[in-house]
Design a protein around this ligand. Structure first.
Ligand SMILES: [Zn+2]
Length: 280
C-alpha cells in the first residue's frame, strides 16, 4: 500500500491512463475501414446479448464427441476464411460457435471486382459447393431470394437457402446462404464426397456472398449444436498472391480466421499477382 503515500502522482497517472483508454475506445475502427477490407459480418445469425451460457448437455456433447466423418473442404480454388470458430463478428457463437465462413479474395486482396454493390461482383458468387463427405440429403431450402450486399435477411430466413447432409455417426454437414434455385440435390438423395450440390449465393443473413459451413449434431437448424469438426486434409497457403507464396499440407485440422486454404496445392491462382509485387 506504499503507493497510497503518493496519492497525487498516482492520481495524475491514473487520470492520464483513463484519458488514453477513452481516446483509444473512441478510435475504435468499428464500422470504418478502407475499401476492400472485410465486411463487418458474414453470419448466419445476428449476435445475441449477452452470449448465452452453454447448457450442461451441450458441454457434455462437446466433451465426449468423437468425429466420425472425414470432411473435405466444400469449395475449390483458393479460399479465405472470413469468420472462423468463435468468430469475431460475432455470429459464430453459442451453440453455433464451430462454423466457418468462406469467401474468395482477388489477387489485390479485395473481395470483389467493380463496386461490390452487386452480388455478382464478388469473386465467390456462383462458385460450386461440394459435399464435404458422403451421405444422404435430409434438408433442402432452395427458394429464398439472394440479398443485395449489405442487406441481409434476418428472422426465419437467416440460414438462407441451405442443404443438410446426414453422415454416419449422427453427424450432419450444413451449407448456408446458397444461391436461389442453384441446389442440385433433392431430399433423400445419396451423395458422394465431392459431388456438386449447389452454388454460393447471398440468401439469408449474409452481408455479402459467402459459404457458411458447419458440422452439427442433428438435422434441424435452430435446434442444432455445431461440432468442433476438423477437415481430413487441406493446404494452407502462406503469403498468398505474392511471389513468396507457399502451400503446406495440413491434416486433421481446421482453417482459422484470416487464413488462405485450398483443397489441393493449387498455387497458380494464389500466385497470379506475383508479377505485380515489387522486389524487396
Ligand atoms: Zn457463418
Amino acid at each position: 500500500m506504499a503507493w497510497l503515500k503518493r496519492p497525487f502522482l498516482c492520481h495524475i497517472l491514473a487520470s492520464a491512463a483513463l484519458v488514453t483508454l477513452a481516446a483509444l475506445a473512441s478510435c475504435s475502427p468499428e464500422g470504418e475501414g478502407p475499401v476492400g477490407t472485410l465486411a463487418p459480418a458474414s453470419p448466419a445469425f445476428a449476435p445475441a446479448s449477452p452470449v448465452p451460457a452453454y447448457s450442461p448437455e451441450v458441454v457434455q456433447l462437446w466433451r465426449t464427441w468423437r468425429q466420425a466423418t472425414a470432411l473435405s473442404l466444400p469449395l475449390r480454388g483458393v479460399l479465405y476464411v472470413s469468420q472462423g470458430w468463435d468468430g469475431r463478428d460475432p455470429t459464430h457463437y453459442g451453440r453455433w460457435r464451430y462454423a466457418i465462413d468462406f469467401i474468395m479474395l482477388g489477387p489485390d486482396g479485395r473481395r470483389y471486382a467493380g463496386t461490390g454493390a452487386r452480388s455478382a461482383d464478388y469473386y465467390i458468387w456462383g462458385q460450386p459447393v461440394y459435399a464435404a463427405a458422403a451421405g444422404t440429403v435430409v434438408k433442402v431450402e432452395n427458394g429464398l431470394p439472394d440479398r443485395l450486399p449489405g442487406q441481409p435477411a434476418a428472422g426465419s430466413e437467416a440460414w438462407g437457402n441451405h442443404v443438410v447432409i446426414s453422415h454416419a455417426g449422427g453427424e450432419y454437414s450444413e451449407y448456408s446462404h446458397l444461391k436461389e434455385g442453384s441446389i442440385k440435390v433433392t431430399l433423400g438423395q445419396t451423395v458422394n464426397a465431392g459431388d456438386p450440390i449447389a452454388e454460393v449465393g447471398s440468401s439469408g443473413y449474409a452481408y455479402e456472398p459467402h459459404l457458411h459451413f458447419q458440422l452439427q449434431a442433428s438435422a434441424g437448424m435452430e435446434s442444432a449444436t455445431t461440432l468442433p469438426a476438423v477437415f481430413a486434409q487441406y493446404y494452407e497457403i502462406q503469403r498468398a498472391y505474392t511471389r513468396f507464396a507457399r502451400s503446406a499440407r495440413v491434416v486433421r485440422s481446421v482453417p482459422r480466421e484470416g487464413q488462405y486454404v485450398s483443397l489441393t496445392p493449387l498455387l497458380r491462382q494464389a500466385m497470379k499477382a506475383a508479377s505485380h509485387v515489387p522486389a524487396l
